[in-house]
Every structure is written in C-alpha cells, then in structure tokens.
Ligand binder design. Structure first.
Ligand code: 13P
Length: 251
C-alpha cells in the first residue's frame, strides 16, 4: 500500500518564533490524534532545524522548499541538500511552479537538484503542472509528460522509489480555482501510467502522487477519495491550524 501524505508548503510565511510556535501546536495535535496520512511541514530554511527538533518527539516530518544544485563551495546564498539533511529534515520540494516561474528553474536544473538531494539522503517532492493556457489548448498532458521525462526519468529505480510527485496545476495555485476531482484523477492516472511505462508496475503502484492547488477542508475529502490521489501539497490552508488539520483528517 502506498503512503498517504499531506504536506504543508509554508512558502515565504512566518518569522522564526511564529513558525516554531505553529509547529509545536501541530506536533501536539497530531501526537494526541494520530492521522492516517503522513504529515510533512515544508518550511523556510531558517525554520528547519527548530521544527525538526520539535517534531522529532512526534509523528510529523519536516522538509525544505528548495535546495542547491551544487554540493558545496562558493555559491553565496545557497543551501545544499547535505545542510538540509543535517537539520533533521527528511524531504525537499523540488520544481515548485513558483521556482520555475520566478527563478527560471528548468527541467535540467531540477533534475540536478533532485539527484543531489537523493544522494544526500533526502526524499524529493517533485512538482509538475501546466499553466492555464496549456490546459485550455489541450496540451496539459504533454507538458507534464515532458516535466517528468526531463526532470525525473533518468533516475535509477532505487532513486525513483524515494520520490513523491506533486501535481499542481498552476492555474489552481492560490487562485481559489481548484481542479475538479475528475481532472485531478485523470492527470494522476496519466502520471502513474507514465511511471509504469518507465519503471514498471511495482514502482508505479508504490508512488505517492499528491494534488496541490487551492486545496481546502471543503474539497479535500472528495479529491482524496480518487483512486490515484494519495494526498495533497497544501499552500495557503497549511498556515491555518484548523484548516490544515481538517485537510489531514479528510482521509
Ligand atoms: P495553495 O494551496 O495556496 O493554492 O498553494 C498550493 C501550492 O502551491 C502548494 O505547493
């Protein structure tokens, strides 16, 4: 049975004291009320060490939102996968559409980051998804196929087993527009079929595929009930305890 996962992507929100307080309160909540899904908090770099320490007493995992593509050295402002791993964090988001758009990260670079992250003992949450124009012109499947082929499909089977894929249609991120459960299921199945072609049946069945984009308590249950949707990558709603807990409990 593949893992069910709900990951909160805090993006660039909360200062250090607020982030630690929030992590503490979620940690206490899920200690008292264990969830069926694995809960991951993907925080800004400055929170990683503190949040990892807090959640080490509970059931939550911690992850970064980005990492460097080089292992170390003179790269001012960068944070390497080894540094991230040394905080206790287990995951890293790679290829979020905000990184692709605002920081011009392309599939080649994302592939390099993914390989380095896996080499350093992190698990990767690799994001893919089309923009609105691409969906309207009916090429959304081809866009996602290319992102996966160029970003992931040169990994070995062993490395690929440490990857979680997040399908985030860019038109649904932070817009209040959500993919319908049917649209999500259709793309998730398409992704799993591609993985089956490339890595075989077992790998495809073990892969967790998360949906992201305006996921909230009112729509999470229906989206998560689809057979190829294994959880969510949550932005805005992951910053509110009630909403985030309700989404986790939608399983
Ligand atoms: P929202 O949930 O705010 O739409 O963001 C989704 C997202 O980008 C998660 O990575």
């Amino acid at each position: 049975m593949r893992k069910k996962i709900v990951a909160g992507n805090w993006k660039m929100n909360m200062d250090l004291p607020d982030g630690l307080k929030f992590a503490e309160s979620l940690n206490e909540y899920f200690k008292a009320k264990p969830s069926k899904a694995e809960v991951i908090l993907c925080t800004p770099f400055i929170h990683l060490a503190g949040v990892s320490q807090i959640v080490s007493t509970g059931r939550i995992a911690c992850g970064a939102q980005n990492c460097a593509s080089e292992p170390g050295g003179a790269y001012t402002g960068e944070v390497s996968p080894l540094m991230i791993r040394s905080t206790g964090a287990e995951y890293v988001i790679i290829g979020h559409s905000e990184r692709r758009t605002y920081y011009h990260e392309n599939d080649g670079l994302l592939n390099k980051k993914t390989r380095l992250a896996l080499e350093n003992g992190l698990k990767a949450i690799f994001c893919c998804g089309e923009v609105q124009k691409e969906r309207e012109s009916g090429i959304h499947r081809e866009v996602v196929r290319k992102q996966l082929e160029d970003g992931l499909f040169n990994l070995s089977e062993v490395d690929f087993s440490k990857v979680v894929i997040a399908y985030e249609p860019v038109w649904a991120i932070g817009t209040g527009l959500t993919a319908t459960p049917e649209q999500a299921q259709e793309m998730h199945k398409f992704i799993r079929d591609l993985v089956r072609e490339r890595y075989g049946k077992d790998c495809a069945e073990e892969l967790s595929i998360l949906y992201g984009g305006s996921c909230k308590p009112s729509n999470a249950g229906e989206i998560f009930s689809k057979p190829d949707v294994d959880g969510g990558l949550i932005g805005g709603a992951s910053l509110k305890k009630e909403d985030f807990c309700a989404i986790v409990e939608a399983f």
